[in-house]
Ligand binder design. Structure first.
Ligand code: AKG
Length: 347
């Protein structure tokens, strides 16, 4: 099976001993993490490089010397790599060179900015404590348990049935006071030029997400802020022409969506328990889609609980943006909903 796989993938193996091996079944696409594979390979000798292509079921390892490669071949070929509660059988073969064409790079959507460490750990704790998830105040904050996450709205309720807000029905609870220092910082720094009046707090457990959507143009003004608290996640942006950009959102970061990234690209979080993120986070922490000519250096990251604060400004007049194909004010249907409501509770 590994030979078929390698043939279909255009990988040329050689019976001669070389410093490089392809490790079939040892790829990110098989849910093997970089740390797990790397630990097993390092036991055989000094590893010069480990390449784990995006979504592929194999990896390439290059050792400093041929003796280590031989040791890896002898001890790991046909052996089970144990990870988590399961394992996978590894098949190794020598390759003359490690050649792998990366997927083409896609730049970040126009208008999208990610600001890391935007809030301190103390502010993060304060903000998380400001959200009272006990269900006694459901009407005050329009709290909902959706199929894929739980949400709370402040200022105005975002209604998932019509993807809009009742602009003349403000909620009893406005944006919590704990948010004001953060929003004032955004005003001072120029991320926004008007104070938001609507907040949606989403809480995602591992395995949960939000369907791809564009925030309804007629409901909210241009700039949308999303503050990530707790665990990191990966948000996918999709352009109508098919481009997809995956962006890592670390805890305590602020995502600013303006212009094309707010009006035309959908944003969403795929419900899953692991994300692929750069292995060395210092290098390229916010952008998973690889740069041209760079080597994949991705690893699997386990998701935890993430709470996001999405701040928006209610739009008083119809939207007159430059993206009519996605603008409900200019006749485009409001197609995608950021929610799949949970089925009614059983008695
Ligand atoms: C929404 O509530 O419409 C969102 O897109 C939330 C985004 C996030 O969780 O960062």
């Amino acid at each position: 099976a590994s030979h078929t796989l390698l043939k279909h993938e255009g990988i040329h193996t050689t019976p001669q001993l070389t410093r490089s091996l392809v490790v079939a079944n040892g790829g990110l696409g098989n849910s093997v993490s970089r740390e797990e594979l790397s630990a097993a390979l390092k036991e055989m000798g000094e590893v010069e490089s480990l390449l784990m292509p995006h979504h592929k079921p194999y990896a390439f390892v290059t050792y400093r010397c041929e003796e280590s490669a031989l040791k890896a071949y002898t001890h790991l070929n046909g052996q089970k790599l144990q990870y988590g509660e399961s394992g996978v059988m590894l098949y190794l073969a020598y390759v003359n060179s490690v050649t792998y064409e990366e997927e083409a790079s896609v730049p970040l959507p126009e208008g999208l900015v990610l600001l890391e460490d935007f809030v301190s750990p103390e502010e993060e704790a304060l903000l998380l404590a400001a959200v009272d998830w006990s269900s006694t105040n459901e009407d005050v904050t329009a709290q909902k348990a959706l199929k894929h996450r739980r949400v709370k709205h402040y200022g105005f309720e975002f209604r998932y049935d019509n993807n809009n807000v009742d602009k003349d029905k403000p909620l009893p609870a406005g944006i919590p006071a704990e948010c004001l220092p953060v929003l004032e910082r955004c005003l001072r720094n120029g991320q926004i030029n008007v104070m938001p009046d609507q907040l949606t707090v989403n809480q995602y457990e591992s395995g949960q997400g939000i369907p791809p959507h564009v925030d309804t143009h007629s409901a909210f003004e241009d700039t949308i802020l999303s503050l990530s608290l707790g665990a990191k996640t990966v948000m996918e942006f999709r352009h109508p022409d098919g481009r997809v950009v995956a962006v890592v959102l670390p805890g305590r970061s602020l995502l600013v969506m303006k212009s094309e990234s707010r009006y035309l690209w959908t944003h969403g979080i795929t419900p899953r328990k692991f994300d692929m993120v750069p292995a060395c986070e210092q290098q390229s922490p916010d952008h998973v889609t690889p740069e041209p000519g760079t080597r994949s250096n991705l690893t699997l990251s386990k998701r935890g609980t993430r709470t996001s604060f999405t701040f928006r400004k209610i739009r008083p007049e119809p939207c007159r943006c430059a993206f009519p194909s996605a603008c409900d004010s200019q006749g485009a249907p409001s197609t995608l909903s950021p929610s799949t409501p949970s089925p009614p509770a059983l008695p």
